[in-house]
Design a protein around this ligand. Structure first.
Ligand code: NAP
Length: 279
């Protein structure tokens, strides 16, 4: 089974849109502000897609653009202004940032209740303690993709490749909450293949093209490929798709798997932030 992330994302966006429309009828409006610094080509594409999908869902989206040389203070002042603005439900600062701007300082400045990316330490802590957190969009999207195949994950052995704050760590927290037994692997893991072979659920988020081969996959596993890697003008994942799909029970393609669900979850999080700040 190929997991169709595009199709699932359309259903999610439709649900968000319906809720947004109901709120609009009550005179409420949901706004997402995105801060984009510089001209890093992947960021330009991501932000454009996010803006397009937000509009599709009826969310008022604004992109605040700064040149690469903008000072840290100017960005911090803008974040404070957005924190105070009741029309802004969600704030997203597109990463990566230029070297002179400290990522932690920027993330910490965002009101945790408007932190649609779920990167603020309060949301990270809430996720770790299993309480009401805004969850990073990509791992949240992965969880929905996994649950579209199998709803009850209790007792499954989940293996995650990668331990980034963006993907691997929050993915582990989410799967722990689902009562999986979780193994996190990384670049210093010995014998990655044998770890992967134990996985009922395998999530690859490393950024190394086709690192995971078909013979690393346990027969019948659910395989989620987060990787986005350029190869000969094409985008490919961290998992070798053709050899893996014959082993897996279900697998996400790249593109068309995790990517669209990341954006759908961003819209879901924006609505969640609206509810936390305005209802
Ligand atoms: P990251 O911050 O660079 O982290 C990569 C992780 O993979 C690190 O923990 C690293 O280990 C581990 N790793 C690297 N090479 C490895 C190897 N050969 N064997 C085992 N582990 C290895 O990356 P990220 O931000 O999590 O992103 C990962 C991938 O997901 C990238 O391709 C990115 O473009 C993609 N991505 C996709 C979406 C989407 O919506 N589809 C969203 C975000 C990111 P160490 O910690 O030991 O260095």
């Amino acid at each position: 089974m190929i997991i169709d992330g595009k199709k699932l994302s359309i259903e999610f966006i439709k649900e968000v849109k319906e809720e947004v429309e109901t709120l609009k009828k009550q005179g409420k409006s949901i706004g997402l502000s995105v801060i984009l610094i510089g001209e890093y080509p992947p960021s330009l594409i991501y932000v454009k897609n996010k803006e397009k999908k937000a509009k599709e869902a009826g969310i008022i989206s604004e992109v605040i653009k700064y040149p690469n040389e903008v000072s840290e203070n100017e960005v911090l002042n803008k974040i404070e202004e957005l924190n105070q603005n009741s029309k802004v439900s969600g704030i997203l600062v597109q990463l990566p940032l230029p070297g002179h701007i400290k990522k932690e300082k920027i993330i910490n400045a965002i009101n945790p209740l408007k932190d649609v990316d779920g990167f603020h330490p309060i949301n990270v802590g809430n996720l770790a303690s299993g309480t009401n957190a805004i969850t990073p969009c990509t791992p949240l999207g992965c969880l929905y993709l996994i649950k579209s195949v199998e709803n009850n994950l209790e007792g499954k052995h989940a293996v995650i490749l990668g331990r980034s704050n963006l993907n691997g760590k929050p993915m582990a927290q989410l799967l722990l909450k689902e009562n999986c037994t979780v193994t996190i692997t990384h670049s210093k893991t010995k014998d990655l293949k044998s770890e992967c072979k134990k996985a009922d659920i395998l999530v690859a988020a490393v950024g190394v093209k086709e690192l995971v081969k078909g013979d690393w996959i346990k027969k019948g596993a659910i395989v989620i490929d987060v990787g986005i890697n350029k190869s000969n003008g094409k985008i490919i994942g961290d998992v070798e798709f053709d050899s893996s799909k014959v082993m897996a029970k279900a697998i996400t393609p790249v593109p068309g798997g995790v990517g669209p669900m990341t954006i759908a979850c961003l819209l879901k999080n924006t609505l969640e932030c609206f509810k936390k700040t305005s209802l």
